[in-house]
Structure formats: C-alpha cells, structure tokens
Design a binder for this molecule. Structure first.
Ligand SMILES: Cc1ncc(COP(=O)(O)O)c(C=O)c1O
Length: 450
C-alpha cells in the first residue's frame, strides 16, 4: 500500500511526522523511515492523547519538499476533514451500518423528483436570479407567514442559498469584521467556527450544560464584550437534539436589548420537533427577529440532503448585506430544483407538518429497539439525532470508541467531543435515526450485543 493510500484508508488528512530515523526500523528494511502518523484536528481535543498509527515508508516521500511553508500557509491550520466525511468513509471501508452522518436512507417524495425531471426537460437549466426564483421566494414567504405569523417581503427579505451551510457562511462573512467576537454554543455544528475565523473573527465557545444541553444564560451575559458582534443559535440542536424554549428566548431578548448584536439562528431542523412541542423560532419574537438572520434547509425538510438548497430570512437592511456576500459566494442556486420546490410547496403545503410525527415514530422505534442495550439514551426533543451515553460499556474517549464500534462492531456513529473547542470529560456518541426501519433494526441488533 502506498503512503497516500494508507493515509486515506485511515482517514489521516494532515499527517504530522513525530519522529523519524533513517537506516533502521522494526521491519528491518534499510533506507526506510519509521514515522508516527497523527490525525491532526479531528481526533485531537485539548488535553487528550492523539490516537496514532505507526507506518514505514520510503524516505523520499517525506523528504522531498514540494512547496515552501509560506506558499501553503493555511488560513485554517487546525482544520482537518470533517468528522462526517471521516465516519462515512470508515463505515464504507468496513461495511458498517452508517448511523453517523445525518442523512436519510429513504427517498424524497416521488412527486418532487418528477417535478425536477419535468423542469429540466422543459429547459429550466440556466442561471436563476441571484436571490432565488421569485415563485420559490413567494412560497417561502407564504410558509413563514402561515407557520410563524411573520410577514416577510420575498423581494427584499428572503434569499435562496446553497444549503443551510452557504446561508450560515454568507451571514458570518457579511457581518463579522476582523477582531469581532462571535458566541457559539458547544457542542456546535462544525461549520460555524471556521467561517468565523475566515472572516477574521474570534469564536467564543460556551458549553451547553449536560445532560439536557441547556444554555447557561448567566454565562452568556458574562461573556459579552464591546467586540461581541454575533450570537449563533441552533434549535432544534445538532448534535444533542435539545431545543430552546420560550423562556430561553425571552432571556436572550433581555441580554441583547441594548446592544447591536446580530443573531444568526440555525433552524434547519425547524419541522423536526417532538412530543407536541412548538418550535420556538426566532420568527415569533419581534425583538429578536429584527436583528436576526434565520436559516432553513430544504435538504432536511424534503429528505434530500444532497441537493444543498436552503434559504435565509432577514429584515431588508440585513438581507442587503447578506446578498452582497451571497452573490459572490454562490451567485445563484440550481434552477430546476428551485422550480420543482416552488411547485411542490404550493401543491403540498402539509408536507412540513408531517415531519414531526414521521421522525418521532423513528425516534421511539429506535429507543425501543435499544431498550435492552447498555447505551443510555438522553431525551431527543428534536432533529433526527439521538445521543447515547456509553459509559457502561467503555471508559475510552469517544473518538476511540466510535472508531472501535465502526471497525469491530459494524455500526458507525459520531463522537461528540469533536463538536467542542474544549471537550468536557463525558461519554456521548450521536446516532442518526433518519433511516428505514430495517436499517434501525439491523443496527440495534448489533448495538444490543455490545
Ligand atoms: C445544525 C446544522 N446546520 C446546518 C446544516 C447544513 O445544512 P445543509 O445541508 O442544508 O447545508 C446542518 C446539516 O447537517 C446542520 O445539522
């Protein structure tokens, strides 16, 4: 196996050579280097030991320096491959059931797929308008009004984006200036931190409080400074399944009242909320909504994460700035999908109302299946994720544990420590239950044997 292949099989993106010696090694073949390869970011949490792999390679592979350090100087030196890619690749390599990355293993509605086909064949394949197809923006405005009672202007206050990810990125780049601070709650979705850093900002990571992963608002108030530019919220929350309540948002309103702080509200799981709860969207709270950019994702709502279409809603002055960035990040979003989504939203307005019940059944089914296991599930109030405490099974770090589960036990999951800047001592992993019953049953059968 050549070195590159070895690295990619073991999901090592940026090898660090810890120690090298020429002329001798354990395998006895002269002229080889003996190196310790360490995954740089993803497996590393402050204060923890990095897992490592020993490998022997011909010296020429690392001695030949192709680029000087200044040419390759990274803007994100501590960023490796995302954990989602790593675990999905590992699931594939080891033929494990993939409950790691958050995507359904069932299809988007057939009618929606047919509409895309029709629009492609009808020639709707050229650039769409920069802020999004007018009909789609109108449908979004109708939906925001129907669900949240907020009247937004599709011309000036709604932009269709390349997934929630692009909306988050464009919002951060548009508003965060060099030296600005942005409050992020850990465990945090992994795109926030690098987007803040690319804007020259400083992420201020505050921990959510286990076991219910609630926000410590006193800590938030104490973390504010004159440089605080933005607070990023995520409800329902990935990876924990926690949701914000109305009291949280009232407290937040108090905290930001006399400031210019902008709120970026990641609500991509807005429709996936359980046990009869209301999704406490920032759309409901005028004091907050006036200073908010609110992000949604069609990928989550229509079981089609690979389409990467979402949207951002914000008052016109904020949206103006947002679009200044969006037009150079993405300019516009894939046209036939926009036509199809607009038609489908018009003819199936009930779709989003069915998601909560649909996923609640999956959550409950999966929980019942794991009843006899040694995993302790934390309540999941929303999203299609379930946290589980594995401390009855192992005291190992979650990165080690998930690697072992994938390679030895046949089920891939996500370690939670990678969503922290500084991970506390805890033993949680994340399951994705957006899967067919048969997938959940097969996975649970393996999990119950651990
Ligand atoms: C919390 C959160 N925000 C944003 C995104 C990105 O959404 P999209 O796939 O539409 O880019 C995800 C996707 O997993 C997510 O979990």
């Amino acid at each position: 196996m050549v070195f590159q292949e070895f690295l990619s099989r073991h999901h090592v993106t940026e090898p660090i050579v810890r120690h090298a010696n020429t002329g001798s090694n354990e395998s006895g073949s002269h002229g080889h280097l003996h190196i310790q390869v360490t995954q740089d970011r993803v497996w590393k949490t402050p204060g923890r030991k990095c897992p490592h792999i020993w490998w022997t390679i011909p010296p020429v592979h690392i001695l030949r320096k192709k680029y000087t350090t200044s040419i390759t100087m990274s803007k994100l030196p501590n960023t490796g491959t995302t954990i989602f890619t790593i675990m999905s690749n590992m699931a594939h390599d080891y033929d494990a059931i993939n409950l790691s990355q958050g995507f359904p293993d069932f299809s988007a509605p057939t009618e929606l797929l047919e509409l895309i086909n029709q629009h492609m064949l009808a020639g709707h394949n050229q650039y769409a308008p920069m802020p999004g197809l007018p009909k789609l923006r109108e449908q979004i405005a109708l939906k925001v009004d129907a669900l949240y009672g907020r009247n937004m202007n599709p011309e000036t206050e709604i932009t269709v984006t390349s997934g929630g990810t692009e909306a988050l990125f464009s919002a951060i780049e548009a508003f965060v200036h060099p030296g600005d601070e942005v409050i992020v709650f850990d465990p945090a979705y992994d795109s926030y931190d690098p987007a803040i850093r690319l804007a020259g900002g400083r992420p201020v990571h505050l921990p959510l409080m286990a076991p219910d992963f609630s926000v410590d608002w006193k800590q938030v108030a104490g973390a504010l400074s004159p440089r605080t530019r933005m607070i990023i919220l995520n409800t329902p929350h990935n990876p924990t399944g926690a949701v914000l309540g109305s009291d949280d948002l009232k407290t937040l309103a108090e905290i930001v009242r006399d400031t210019d702080i902008i709120l970026l509200s990641d609500e991509v799981y807005e429709h996936i909320i359980f046990d009869g709860r209301r999704h406490e969207s920032l759309h409901y709270y005028p004091d907050l909504a006036d200073r908010s950019l609110i992000v949604s994702s069609f990928g989550k709502t229509y079981h089609a994460t690979g389409w990467k279409i979402g949207y951002c809603v914000a008052p016109a002055p904020l949206m103006l700035e947002f679009r200044r960035v969006h037009q150079f990040v993405q300019f516009c979003v894939v046209t036939p999908m926009q036509f199809a989504l607009a038609d489908y939203m018009e003819s199936n307005p009930e779709h989003c109302h069915q998601l909560a019940g649909f996923y609640q059944e999956k959550r409950d089914h999966f929980a019942r299946l794991l009843d006899g296991s040694r995993f302790r599930l934390t309540p999941s109030a929303g999203t299609y994720f379930q946290l589980a405490d594995y401390s009855e099974i192992s005291g190992n770090e979650d990165t080690e544990f998930t690697r072992w589960m994938t390679t030895e036990k046949g089920v891939a999951t996500i370690p939670i420590s990678v969503f922290y800047e500084s991970s506390p001592e805890q033993h949680y992993i994340r399951f994705c239950f957006a899967k067919n019953e048969s997938t959940l049953e097969q996975a649970a059968a393996l999990l119950c044997k651990i």
